[in-house]
Write a protein that binds this ligand. Structure first.
Ligand code: FAD
Ligand code: SF4
Ligand code: SF4
Length: 476
């Protein structure tokens, strides 16, 4: 019903309602409301049903966006859900936390002149509605297969692979050092972006579908890699990247200087009702403190917004470039600004002050220089300096991979110069036969949607390997 579509000319873009910043500072609940069916239908009808849909081209999962928008516009929500779930293991999660402005929505053709279709919010609505209606089901294998797979890491990459392989009938075992499933979706990303129940209900569905989770098992510590390989016909490594990039300089070892992951994990665990001594003692709790977060990416945005919600006296974000050059999503920067975070652009920490605990950060002011070959403007130090008072400093400078070949005593696992696992790009297999890899451990710190894509692709290759052997996978 094409006449229902193309409404962008007369109907303005409308994002789901956002809670007032004064209210959202008080809790860790999500800040956006869900569309109601009428809003979802109306917003979907703005799509012009492009013959070459650039939204889909720029979605890492190649989601069939025009089709599910049309079905939503026509109130055929169960079909919309089925189309959406066919390519995405966690559509309601991507709808919430994908940086749509850089992916699907940023490439929607009506973005030029009219504002883009609200693809992420519709995707979220479709699957939230499907959950309410009981349409969402776990893996249902048509046949059981005797082969088993071992997946290391229960983040989005590992879970996406687990879901596909279980659907194909394999005996799927997922190992994770954490006590909960979800990886960074459970302990990294805060609840105001992704409420934890949404991840927990997916965990239950996968478990009900026959996937076995071995939690509290750290490869290289409680279980050797060799032993795991011996247990399974094929193995997937999806362990993510967790080694925090550090910062040196005078005073950098002072108490009160913490890493982003420690801070965010403690906050998420507290929200999940765990006993968190480091939070209760005040070490990883921003309440009443002057907080300085160093970094300009999405992790830094999550830290400043978490500190605000914990009741920090003040929150400043220190970033060496300017706003236009920030790597973080502009939507998250805007949300942080609305919530009262102070951004200190063109500033780099030079020294941390204090005797037995951090009391401040001496900051060197920077200026932007010439654009380098990557298109990014260089930064240069100036002679100007200032001091920021601080009781808690959080380092959010990015993550690198752990040294898996050494930690797992497996030199056959080759790594790149950045420490990420090397895989044969057509097969996603490492240099070890039957051992595949997916997600951040291959790409470096990336996005949930890319981890899902890698996990699904790896599952297809593992299936081929187990059915036809290594030669066939390589010949793909
Ligand atoms: P992970 O999610 O990191 O999962 C890896 C799992 O492996 C973990 O559960 C870990 O415990 C386990 N593991 C590691 N080593 C071992 C071992 N030796 N033995 C057993 N288990 C092990 N992306 C977005 O798309 N949108 C966002 O808004 C967003 N926000 C983010 C905010 C923060 C604070 C961070 C840190 C990242 C964010 N990301 C975001 C990035 C996204 O979370 C990751 O790209 C994604 O989770 C990677 O998935 P993965 O499966 O590769 O690894
Ligand atoms: Fe957009 Fe992400 Fe959904 Fe793809 S998965 S359509 S990029 S929100
Ligand atoms: Fe619809 Fe925009 Fe995608 Fe075109 S690019 S199909 S208008 S959502």
């Amino acid at each position: 019903m094409a006449d229902r579509m193309l409404q962008f000319v007369s109907l303005a873009q409308r994002q789901p309602d956002k809670r007032a910043s004064s209210m959202r500072r008080e809790d860790f609940a999500e800040i956006y409301a869900d569309f109601d069916p009428a809003q979802a239908s109306a917003q979907s009808s703005r799509c012009s049903q492009c013959g070459v849909p650039f939204c889909q081209v720029h979605c890492p999962l190649a989601n069939n966006i025009p089709d599910w928008l049309k079905l939503t516009a026509e109130n055929r929500l169960q079909e919309a859900y089925e189309v959406s779930a066919a390519t995405n293991t966690f559509p309601e999660i991507c709808g919430r936390i994908c940086p749509q402005d850089r992916l699907c929505e940023g490439n929607c053709v009506i973005e030029k002149g009219f504002e883009s279709v609200t693809i992420g919010a519709v995707e979220r609505f479709i699957t939230d509605h499907a959950w309410e209606q009981g349409w969402v089901t776990g893996p249902k294998p048509r046949q059981e297969r005797p082969q088993s797979v071992g997946i290391i890491g229960a983040g989005p990459g590992g879970l996406a692979a687990a879901e596909r392989l279980r659907t194909l009938g394999y005996q799927v075992h997922v190992y994770d050092r954490y006590d909960r499933v979800g990886g960074l979706m459970i302990y990294g990303i805060p609840g105001f972006k992704l409420e934890k129940d949404i991840v927990l209900r997916r965990w239950k569905l996968l478990e009900d579908g026959g996937i076995t989770f071995h939690l509290g098992v750290e490869l290289g510590r409680n279980l050797s890699f060799a032993e795991l390989r011996a247990r399974h016909d094929s193995v997937l490594i999806a362990t993510g990247v967790y080694k925090a990039r550090d910062i040196g300089g005078p005073g950098s070892g002072l108490p009160g200087i913490e890493t982003a992951m420690d801070f965010l994990t403690a906050s998420n665990r507290k929200g999940l009702g765990d006993d968190v001594p480091e939070f209760d003692s005040g070490r990883l709790n921003a309440a009443g403190k002057r907080v300085v977060v160093i970094g300009g990416g999405d992790t830094a945005m999550d830290c400043v917004r978490t500190a605000t919600r914990q009741g920090a006296a003040s929150v400043a974000c220190l970033y060496r470039r300017d706003k236009a050059n920030m790597p973080g999503s502009m939507r998250e920067v805007k949300n942080a600004e609305e919530e009262g975070v102070q951004f200190v652009w063109l500033s780099a920490p030079e020294a941390f002050l204090g005797d037995d605990h951090v009391t401040g950060v001496r900051v060197q002011r920077m200026r932007l220089g010439l654009t380098d070959s990557s298109g990014r403007q260089a930064v240069e130090a100036t002679d100007s300096r200032m001091t920021l008072d601080a009781d808690l400093v959080i380092k959010a400078l990015g993550f690198d991979p752990e040294e898996l070949p050494r930690l797992w005593d497996e030199p056959g696992l080759e790594v790149s110069r950045w420490g990420t696992l090397k895989v044969e790009h057509r097969t996603q297999m490492t240099m070890l036969p039957g051992v595949f890899a997916a997600g951040d451990i291959v790409r470096g710190a990336s996005l949930v949607v890319w981890a899902i894509r890698d996990g699904r692709d790896a599952a297809a290759r593992m299936h081929k390997y187990m059915q036809q052997g290594a030669m066939q996978v390589a010949a793909e």
